[in-house]
Design a protein around this ligand. Sequence first.
Ligand SMILES: Nc1ncnc2c1ncn2[C@@H]1O[C@H](COP(=O)(O)OP(=O)(O)OP(=O)(O)O)[C@@H](O)[C@H]1O
Length: 272
Amino acid sequence: MEQPSAMAPAPLPSAAPASPPPSRPSAQPGPQPLSATAACPPPVLWCQNLTKAYGGSVALDRFSITVPAGRIVGLLGPNGSGKTTLLKMIAGVSHPTAGDIRVTGLPVGPQSKAVVSYLPERPYFSRSMRVRDMVAYFSDFYADFDEAAAHDMLARLGVDAAAPCSALSKGTVEKVQLVLVMARQAALYLLDEPIGGVDPAARDYVLSTIIKGYRPASTIILSTHLVRDVESVLDDFILLRYGTMLLHAPVGYVVQEKGMTLDAYFREEFRC
Ligand SMILES: Nc1ncnc2c1ncn2[C@@H]1O[C@H](COP(=O)(O)OP(=O)(O)OP(=O)(O)O)[C@@H](O)[C@H]1O
């Protein structure tokens, strides 16, 4: 999905905002929920100087970004560049060494997790359950889960809801996980390698399912190495290398300024 964007490329982390996103005036200090800030909603995601170190090794270095609602953003970079590390911290399953994160104005915690739908890179659900049981489980667990939409997406992807998860192929497991994540009415979807195991013929279909599940008030950030497969659905991309952000720009920037596809640009930048 190629969309015109007014966003200027922000090639340097230092170009990121120096102050927190706007929050409404309130008796309560600190960031406020999205629903309460209709006049001036905070960005869906805001990070400043976000840093993660494992021992002496820095996995993500002073990452800063502002992402508004309504964007589909590709998180790109070679192996070990910090993509999963970043998504984990935004999802609240890993703690930053330094820096700040706001999701719809909320610091990472139970409230932000309620508006984030996260697909981790590894399978997470019980293989002993049937697909429809997983749907029911998610429906019980998440107030924003749309059970009918989940079953509709499963049917469109040809997944048998009566099948035991243990009998599913790797690619079908990915499809089910993706459906469970996209059936939530979240503000921010974080998808870590959502189509890596899906066969090439089905990828377009799976991606279109992602897009159909997406609402204009939401933002999707998806990490992937399959740049060619996803670039048509992306609005923007973030390029990471060695834990540092090289570029955050609309996909159209590469097409217009570099005269090449995002896939070609990626291959040129990261040629071994
Ligand atoms: N739990 C951990 N302990 C120590 N180092 C880690 C840990 N998790 C990640 N790292 C290191 O952090 C760096 C970034 O890893 P990360 O998984 O975020 O990269 P990635 O871009 O998602 O890679 P890939 O494309 O291979 O999935 C790597 O050098 C990795 O070895």
